[in-house]
Write a protein that binds this ligand. Structure first.
Ligand SMILES: [Zn+2]
Length: 327
């Protein structure tokens, strides 16, 4: 084992898993992370993701850890997802897409939710918006249901895929309800990506014809090894994995690390490619917004976004993918 290519989970925590990830096993492979909140991540994360083979990602709209107090904060956030954050990603050679939506937690503030619903159509038709999301249930309240239904109608009208956040509490019932309501609204299951699945929900989601996405959480819930087992059991069809990395303890390299573990445990390269790259593209390309040839457009860090650069005093722009370190 070459230590240069081994990335160990040696974060400062007692819950350190004993598996290491041999990223050399996946050298040359490309990955698509269809759920990662880059707004909350650093340029180091972008660099590490690019170096591990992530060529494109989707950033769903979500909540920011504390409730927003006005609709303007939502507007600025959505603008950033289609503007500054996309630019930042491009500076590391990663194609950035997003989904636009009112998250389930903030759907519970009805006065504000009404205003957010008014602005969603201003953003959902923008370039690089590949769906409505992440929407659905958190506490499974009547207001969450109300805005979930309204946003399903928006998705239907725009013919955009739907990215569903399923609740962490009472997950099985919440997942079931999310799917039943989507069907009730006449949405084709092939247009719906049901996220945060686990062993309890996957069978039902696949049987009903929906896409089943899995979030690989470090230390808890759906860990990398559990995902390997699920792929062995259910095969690669309509399954995709993501990191859902955000402002909490999470791992933006969850997709390539899980791919390495899959390779190590005998899952074929074709199957790994489906769950870590192709299925997400097939699902979200139904938006008409994804063109794989955009993934290899190169890097030019001399470009600015409305006069702003990611570079700081004295740093030299990086203009291709061959150098690893930003000087
Ligand atoms: Zn999320």
């Amino acid at each position: 084992m070459c230590c240069n290519h081994t990335l160990e989970n040696n974060k400062s925590t007692d819950q350190k898993p004993d598996e290491s990830f041999e990223l050399n096993l996946i050298t040359g492979m490309s990955f698509f992370d269809p759920h990662v909140h880059m707004t909350s991540r650093t340029t180091d994360d972008y660099q590490a993701m690019a170096d591990a083979g992530i060529v494109a990602l989707i950033e769903p709209s979500f909540w920011l850890g504390q409730p927003r107090t006005g609709v303007d904060s939502f507007k600025d956030y959505f603008s950033s997802l289609v503007g500054w954050e996309r630019f930042r990603s491009s500076q590391f050679g990663i194609k950035h897409y997003c989904t636009i939506g009112l998250n389930s937690r903030e759907a519970n503030n009805e006065a504000l939710a009404e205003q957010v619903m008014e602005v969603l159509p201003l953003f959902m038709y923008k370039d690089g918006v590949v769906g409505i999301g992440e929407i659905g249930f958190d506490d499974q309240t009547p207001l969450e249901e109300k805005y979930y239904r309204l946003q399903l109608e928006l998705a239907k009208e725009a013919n955009l895929p739907v990215q569903i956040h399923t609740p962490h509490r009472d997950k099985k019932r919440g997942t079931q309800r999310s799917m039943d309501i989507a069907i009730e609204h006449g949405i084709d299951p092939t247009m719906v990506i049901v996220d945060h699945n686990n062993e309890e929900t996957v069978k039902d989601v696949l049987n009903k014809g929906f896409w089943a996405a899995f979030t690989i959480y470090p230390f808890t819930k759906m860990g990398n090894q559990r995902m390997v087992e699920i792929t062995k059991q259910f095969g690669p069809e309509r399954i995709m994995i993501n990191s859902a990395a955000d402002w909490g303890i999470s791992d933006p390299l969850a997709v390539p690390k899980t791919a390495a573990l899959m390779k190590q445990q005998g899952i074929s390269v074709d199957d790994i490619r489906l769950v870590t790259y192709q299925n997400a593209i097939t699902a979200f390309a139904q938006s008409g917004q994804i063109d794989e040839s955009d993934f290899t457009s190169g890097i030019d860090q001399s470009i600015k976004f409305e006069g702003n650069s990611i570079l700081r005093g004295g740093q030299q722009p990086r203009i291709n993918k061959s150098s690893i370190i930003i000087r």
